[in-house]
Design a protein around this ligand. Structure first.
Ligand code: ADP
Length: 318
């Protein structure tokens, strides 16, 4: 039977969340259609939106009420300052966010056609200069955090260093998809892939569709204590030992899925460090992620705790 969402416990204490990951400035331009190779197409006004999976997840966790610190790297340029301001404005501790004098900030060039299809070019810039030594320098942040939340938009050896330094619960979002060393998987408490990331980690080419296929692939991945697979409009699936729990999505009018996965990972982590069960945390995360799909852009679309609490009461499960 599908798991029913439990309401947020407003009095539950919060643990601190440390996020190690990327920060990118998203430069978004709408076009009537995508250019062919070698062609120029005139687009509309561009928008600059703070993004990057790491920064998105840090902002999401902070908006959901957890004391949150971000470990990352930007340039000393204008985008780096804008990204730092955006994190600070949401109350994220940026003490361990470095500014690299020799690298530009990470940028994502996002071109969105009228039919909604987009193409994205990411220039990682300073994100690719986030090294294990920077994580080691942020040792206090990691040691004091109740949970570490990490993705794969920074170098893998940095991810490995973060996971090794973590003292609390490790939540790993393997996005963008990449193979992971066994020791990283072994130290991961909760792995949160989407269908395609799950397929890559399980070593198959075909994305799973049916629930049984998702479960079979999740069972192939050795190491994590639990795996929570995000399934887009189908919600999510919690695989914890022998127990499999489908968590229905919240029914919304989705307009833009950007950062829905980030809202999900952050919300799951925030509820776990507040002591919720994994299935309750996943139900809460579905709600936060559904809200993120109802608004455009990355960080502007991330909901606050009050919005999620209201939606838990008002939004139907699918
Ligand atoms: P990603 O964007 O990282 O690939 P998903 O597409 O699986 O991740 O979406 C992440 C989560 O966002 C889902 O598990 C679900 O909770 C929520 N979500 C995504 N699309 C919808 C939708 N159309 N309606 C409701 N919830 C959605």
């Amino acid at each position: 039977m599908a798991h029913q969402a439990a309401p947020d416990d407003r009095d539950a204490p919060f643990g601190a969340v440390a996020v190690v990951g990327s920060a990118n400035l998203d430069i978004v331009v709408g076009v009537p259609r995508h250019p062919r190779l070698g062609e120029t197409v005139i687009g509309g006004d561009h928008a600059q939106v703070p993004g990057g999976k790491g920064a998105n997840q840090a902002v999401a966790a902070a908006r959901l009420g957890a004391p949150t610190a971000f470990v990352g790297r930007v340039g000393t340029d204008d985008p780096g300052q804008a990204l730092t301001r955006a994190l600070t404005a949401d109350g994220v501790d940026v003490t361990a966010l470095g500014a690299d004098p020799d690298a530009p900030s990470g940028i994502a060039l996002i071109v969105v056609a009228e039919d909604g299809e987009n193409t994205i070019v990411v220039s990682p810039g300073a994100n690719s200069r986030l090294e294990p030594r920077h994580v080691e320098a942020a040792g206090v942040v990691l040691a004091e955090a109740t949970a570490l939340l990490v993705q794969l938009e920074v170098p893998l050896d940095t991810v490995a260093a973060a996971v090794a330094a973590a003292r609390g619960t490790v939540v790993l979002n393997p996005a963008p998809a990449a193979d992971l060393p066994a020791e990283v998987l072994a130290r991961t408490d909760v792995l949160v892939p989407n269908r395609s990331e799950l397929a890559l980690l399980a070593g198959v080419e075909q994305e799973p569709t049916a629930t049984e296929e998702v479960v079979a692939l999740a069972r192939r991945i050795e190491g994590p204590r639990a795996i929570v697979v995000t399934l887009g409009a189908d919600g999510s699936l919690v695989v914890e030992g022998e127990t499999v729990t489908p968590i229905p999505a919240r029914s919304v009018d989705a307009v833009d899925a950007t950062a829905a996965g980030d809202a999900f990972c952050a919300a799951l982590t925030v509820r776990l460090v507040a002591g919720a069960s994994l299935t309750d945390a996943a139900a809460y995360a579905n709600t936060a992620a559904a809200l993120a799909t109802t608004r455009h852009g990355a960080q502007p679309s991330l909901p606050t705790r009050d919005e999620v609490v209201a939606a838990l009461v008002h939004l139907e499960e699918t």
